[in-house]
Design a protein around this ligand. Structure first.
Ligand code: NI
Length: 177
């Protein structure tokens, strides 16, 4: 079932989410179903459980094929990630454009670690352990930030590249990279 996505300003987006205590439960399955439905309905690149008001460490992201909100982005494999742990690989950062379903209509240029190892579990409790870079690494960092109450505008350094997506696009300032 599609759920309402909380928008920036809602205090629930600023809280630290709790670890999921048990895998492969009816409750966790239902949460994932709602997250999938919500992300698909809104063409999101990712979604974190706190964005639909559930304070648990669960994120989903990626998916095969074209995403109209990120037409130039490389494909990231569809992933459901529970209790994630992130570890930057190297010191290198890079900036890129991001949007967020909790910050509708806006885009910002956000610094992130370029390379990343992330670990966690599927909803069934199978381990996930990946090393990724670029847009995949960016999406993971964005979604996992939600679990610690961090929204991407809090990470922006160059506020001259933060604005409404349609206005930025008209000025050719936005390239998904
Ligand atoms: Ni977001």
């Amino acid at each position: 079932m599609r759920r309402e996505v909380l928008r920036m300003g809602d205090a629930r987006l600023l809280a630290r989410a709790a670890e999921v205590p048990e895998f492969a439960t009816v409750e966790l399955d239902a949460l994932l179903q709602d997250m999938r439905d919500t992300m698909a309905a809104l063409s999101g690149a990712g979604l974190a459980a706190p964005q639909i008001g559930v304070p648990l460490r669960v994120v989903i992201f990626g998916g095969a094929g074209f995403n109209p909100r990120y037409p130039d982005a490389p494909v990231v494999p569809y992933t459901e990630l529970v209790n994630p742990v992130l570890e930057p690989l190297g010191e290198q950062t890079e900036e890129g454009w991001e949007g967020c379903l909790s910050v509708p209509g806006l885009r910002g240029y956000v610094p992130r670690w370029r390379r990343l190892r992330y670990r966690g579990f599927t909803p069934q409790g199978e381990p996930i352990d990946r090393e990724v870079e670029g847009f995949h690494a960016r999406v993971v960092q964005h979604e996992c930030d939600h679990l610690d109450g961090i929204l991407y505008p809090m990470r922006i350094r160059d506020f001259s590249r933060f604005g409404f997506a349609d206005v930025l696009a008209a000025g050719s300032a936005v390239r998904a990279d």
